[in-house]
Design a binder for this molecule. Structure first.
Ligand code: SF4
Length: 326
C-alpha cells in the first residue's frame, strides 16, 4: 500500500467539494480497494460517500424506476418492484458476484467497475488502459475472454458488469451531479468504447457523482430476463450474456429491448436484433433469424472466435425462454 487521505462526507455539497479537489469517490469499495491493494490504482485521496442519501429505489411519476446510486446490489435484486416488473435487472444482479459482494457493492459502483482483463491487473504487463501509450498485451496474448465488439487497436477488454447490460437493454439513464449541476446521460453514451483513449471509460466530468440510474417507463406487461453463459456456474464473469425484454400485444411483438454482455468493450445494444423482432409473431424461426444478427460487426481475436457463435446461441436461447417456440 501507499499513503492516501480518507474523508467521509455526509452531504452531497461536501462530496462535490472533495471531488473537485481530485478525490476519488468510494462506497462499497469492492473494486477500487482491490485495485489499490494491487497498486493498479493509486488515488491520493478517497472520499467515502456511503452516508449520502442516495439509496432509495422509487417508482417515478412517469411510471419508470429510479434506483439510487448507493442502493446495494442485493437490496435492488430483491426489491419487490424490481422483481415483479424488471426481472432482467434482478437476475443480472443475482448472477453477478458473490452474496457477500452483493451486500456491499452499490449500483453506481457496479457500472463504474473496471475491466477484469488479467493484463490490466498485472502491473508488469503492457496495458494502455492502466498506462496510456504502453501497448496492449492482450492483443497478441491470451485473449479468450476479451471483446469481439467495440474494440480498437488500443484495447480489447470487456466491460464486466452484468446489470449494466440489463440497463443498456432497458435504455436506462445515468443521473449525475457535478459542479455545473445535474444532468442525465443514457448509459450507452455514459460508458465509452476504448477508441484511442482506453483509460477514459465513462463520460464523467471532473468531480461528477452518480446519483441514480433511471429506467424509463416501458409498455406493460414487459417480459424480461437475463441469461449469462460462463465457464462455471458461480463467481465468474460472462463469456456471453443476453438481457432481453419483450412487450407483446395481440400475439405480436410490439417492443423488443436486447443487449449483450461479455462480448463488447461496453454493454452492447443489439438494434438489428430488436428491429427484426418488432411487428412479428413469436416463432422458433424468428428467434433464430433475429439471433443470427447478434454478432454483426464482430472482430474476433486469436482465442475468442467461439464468442461469435456463442453470442447468437445465447440470444436465441433467451428469446425462446421469454417468448416460447410456437
Ligand atoms: Fe489493457 Fe485493454 Fe489491452 Fe487489457 S485489453 S491489456 S485492459 S489495453
Amino acid at each position: 500500500m501507499y499513503p492516501f487521505s480518507f474523508t467521509k462526507v455526509s452531504d452531497t455539497r461536501e462530496a462535490l467539494q472533495a471531488g473537485r479537489r481530485g478525490g476519488r469517490y468510494v462506497a462499497g469499495g469492492t473494486t477500487l480497494v482491490d485495485l489499490m491493494r494491487e497498486t493498479v490504482e493509486r488515488p491520493h485521496a478517497l472520499v467515502d460517500i456511503s452516508a449520502l442519501p442516495l439509496r432509495e429505489i422509487t417508482v417515478t411519476e412517469r411510471g419508470g424506476l429510479r434506483i439510487g446510486a448507493l442502493a446495494r446490489m442485493a437490496e435492488t435484486a430483491t426489491h419487490p418492484v424490481v422483481r415483479r416488473s424488471y426481472p432482467v435487472i434482478s437476475e443480472a444482479l443475482q448472477l453477478g458476484a458473490s452474496a457477500q459482494l452483493r451486500n456491499m457493492a452499490t449500483i453506481g459502483g457496479n457500472i463504474m467497475q473496471r475491466t477484469r482483463c488479467t493484463y490490466f491487473r498485472d502491473v508488469t504487463a503492457a496495458c494502455n488502459k492502466r498506462e496510456p501509450g504502453s501497448g496492449c498485451a492482450a492483443l497478441h496474448g491470451f485473449n479468450r475472454s476479451h471483446a469481439i465488439l467495440g474494440t480498437s487497436d488500443h484495447c480489447v477488454a470487456t466491460h464486466p458488469s452484468d446489470v449494466a447490460v440489463a440497463f443498456a437493454a432497458l435504455e436506462a439513464v445515468v443521473h449525475l451531479l457535478g459542479p455545473d449541476g445535474e444532468r442525465g446521460v443514457p448509459i450507452v453514451e455514459f460508458l465509452l468504447r476504448p477508441g484511442d483513449t482506453p483509460q477514459r471509460e465513462q463520460a464523467l466530468r471532473p468531480g461528477e457523482l452518480i446519483t441514480a440510474v433511471e429506467i424509463p417507463a416501458h409498455p406493460r406487461p414487459l417480459k424480461s430476463g437475463y441469461l449469462k453463459v460462463r465457464d462455471r456456474q458461480s463467481y465468474e464473469f460472462a463469456l456471453a450474456s443476453a438481457a432481453i425484454a419483450l412487450h407483446l400485444r395481440g400475439g405480436v411483438i410490439r417492443e423488443a429491448k436486447v443487449a449483450a454482455g461479455g462480448v463488447g468493450t461496453v454493454p452492447w445494444k443489439l438494434p438489428a436484433v430488436e428491429q427484426r423482432l418488432i411487428g412479428e409473431r413469436p416463432s422458433a424461426a424468428l428467434w433464430a433469424d433475429a439471433a443470427a444478427r447478434a454478432a454483426d460487426g464482430a472482430r474476433p481475436l486469436a482465442h475468442n472466435r467461439f464468442k461469435v457463435e456463442l453470442l447468437g446461441r445465447t440470444v436465441e436461447r433467451q428469446l425462446r425462454t421469454l417468448g416460447g417456440t410456437r
